[in-house]
Design a binder for this molecule. Structure first.
Ligand code: NAD
Ligand code: TDX
Length: 339
């Protein structure tokens, strides 16, 4: 089969392409990516010469370009990872989030509609459910938890989810949606918590913890997310949403301290900074549906996954040092300079 993977030069899409070509080398994988600040061709270097891989620099909002690609490639499936993905950036400037995350998703689904017979999977997030209180560890997000977003980012992702289900109901599009918790692993852009803390630790720079560091996230190793998506695309029920998460909740401050210990640094590097506006308190996924229907279970324990991730950042300094020394420096100064 031929599969179009959008956002494949980013963190999860890139890991997905590596995973897919390893597991299904007979499939043709066409990566569509605009190469925004978050897209890195070096992430795709390991598969660049694979005979069944093609990279296409294209914006998912470019209707003519996307339709022409569908005409040429005649895909059997589309997995839509492409998005603006960083909550802090969405608070600074929501516009591009609405454009890529909502309009771009609609363009991809219009192409699926026009060409027919194409499976469409929308990669969404647990953030569409809003947050849970810190003092109710008995509460989890299920697929029937109401959408209740907090940030421009999560609102744009929720908009895309609603559109996907509307295209299913109205046009009968073969759509599925997955809502995953926080991912970690190789190739994650160093603006996100775990790689930012690893990079700053290695550079002996302050570690900016928002608020008191008590917010809780539910961490999943990226390859486990990739496996879940592959399963849903092949065996998931059309028109359904699947939550993906591994019951691995941790407070931010505990993650930061763990990274400090692993790298042999001092907790003096921790700097508490002004909290994120509208900061969600706790995310926690109930993955019972994907487990009972598709047999999915996370395979990587956090203790192993985080060591593997830290080792990857140590062994691949070139990949992230190039990022933190470029345009990203202006972003960092703007976001953290006077915080
Ligand atoms: P990322 O920011 O690392 O990568 C996004 C990729 O999309 C980049 O390569 C970028 O160049 C590309 N892109 C952006 N706008 C585009 C456009 N208009 N056209 C084509 N390509 C475009 O993001 P990520 O962390 O890998 O997240 C991937 C998807 O997974 C997103 O949809 C995100 O909402 C979702 N998600 C992420 C997490 C997480 O923890 N990172 C968790 C759950 C869901
Ligand atoms: O410098 C920081 N200091 C800090 O305390 C950063 C960047 C983050 N944080 C906190 C904020 C969050 O509570 O760490 C937590 C994780 O932050 P992010 O890495 O920005 O992730 P989050 O906001 O939880 O969103 C992520 O998971 C869901 C992804 O970026 C989204 O794309 C995904 O949908």
């Amino acid at each position: 089969m031929t599969i179009i993977v959008t956002g494949g030069a980013g963190f999860i899409g890139g890991n997905y392409i590596h995973y897919h070509l390893k597991e299904h080398p007979e499939d043709r994988v066409v990566c569509v990516d605009k190469l925004t600040y978050a897209g890195n061709l070096s992430t795709l270097k390991p598969v660049a010469d694979h005979p069944n891989f093609r990279f296409c620099k294209l914006d998912i909002c470019d209707r003519d370009g996307i339709f022409a690609l569908f005409e040429e490639e005649k895909p059997d499936a589309v997995i839509n990872f492409a998005a603006e993905s960083h909550v802090d950036r969405s608070i600074e400037d929501p516009g591009i989030f609405l454009q890529t995350n909502i309009i771009g998703t609609a363009v991809m689904m219009d192409a699926v509609r026009k060409f027919g017979n194409v499976r469409f999977h929308q990669v969404s997030t647990d953030e569409v459910y809003g947050d849970l209180p810190l003092d109710r560890p008995d509460l989890f997000f299920t697929e029937s938890t109401p959408i209740h977003t907090s940030s421009p980012y999560s609102s744009s992702k929720a908009g895309a989810d609603l559109l996907a289900m509307a295209y299913y109901r109205t046009y009968g599009l073969p759509v599925t949606v997955s809502r995953c918790s926080n991912n970690y692993g190789p190739y994650q852009f160093p603006e996100k918590l775990i790689p930012l803390m690893i990079a700053n630790c290695l550079n002996n720079k302050p570690l900016p913890v928002y608020g008191e560091g008590k917010n809780v996230r539910d961490w999943l190793y990226v390859e486990d997310h990739c496996k879940a998506i592959d399963l849903i695309v092949r065996k998931g029920r059309i028109g359904e949403t699947y939550n993906v998460g591994g019951h691995n909740e941790m407070a931010n401050i505990d993650i930061v301290k763990l990274i400090i210990r692993a790298l042999g640094k001092s907790e003096d590097l921790i700097t508490y900074v002004t909290d994120r506006k509208g900061h969600d308190l706790r995310y926690a996924i109930d993955p019972a549906k994907i487990h009972s229907e598709l047999g999915w279970l996370p395979e990587t324990k956090f203790a192993d996954g985080i060591q593997r991730t830290i080792r990857w950042y140590l062994e691949n300094r070139g990949w992230w040092e190039e990022i933190v020394s470029g345009e990203y420096r202006n972003y960092y100064e703007k976001m953290y300079g006077n915080r």
